[in-house]
Design a binder for this molecule. Sequence first.
Ligand code: PEP
Length: 246
Amino acid sequence: MRKPIIIGNWKMHKTCKETIDFIQEVEPYLNDHCTYGIAAPFTALKDACNHAQKLVVAAQNCHYEDHGAFTGEISVGMLKETGVTYCIVGHSERRQMFNESDEAVNLKVKALLANGIIPIVCVGESLEAFESGKTNEVVEGQIAKDLKDLDTEDIKKLVVAYEPIWAIGTGKSATKEIAEATIATIRQAIAKMYGDVSEEVRIQYGGSVKAENIKDYLAMPDIDGALIGGASLKADSFKAIIEATK
Ligand code: PEP
């Protein structure tokens, strides 16, 4: 069965020292109920990989080309050298602030899979789309483009994160019923493209998840973990989340 995966998305937070301190504080509290991890900034990835034992380490972005004149970008090969095993792609902040398109997400997913790094593909609708009842249409469209032309064997490895944009960093979270229904829709969209392997894809919910509500999401049949921003930044808060997943 699908093992839940809980990843803290640190965004542009934490130096190398802060990363190491966090890992040392959190590692003793990890259990085998879930896969737990952190998505640290590029500069802290190597230190994170050197210090993490049970925690998995993710990057927050990558470029899809191997190398070239792309000032400020990081290739998947460079990421691989740090030891990361996961990489977030298509986070709504990157889609909104850095114009990341579905086509770019698809190329990044392919580059990551070709290099043995598991993509965490973020999808989710705006408040406007949510309020006008277009959630399913939006996520189905993103899935069709982001996961286009992949190998069925690779689909099994994927993590998808359903993150309604209106719930990210706002303190407003989707109800467990809304999250479950949309995640079930995402699974059906993957099934339409790739068949039964959709049952093996881990699909997280993200959007103001914290220790107080994580249990509710994990209790839903289609929700396989969480992508957590704000509440993953402090070791105490992350430890409370780990405790709540037992
Ligand atoms: C995120 O940025 O992926 C996220 C879910 O943030 P938060 O938990 O702070 O809403």
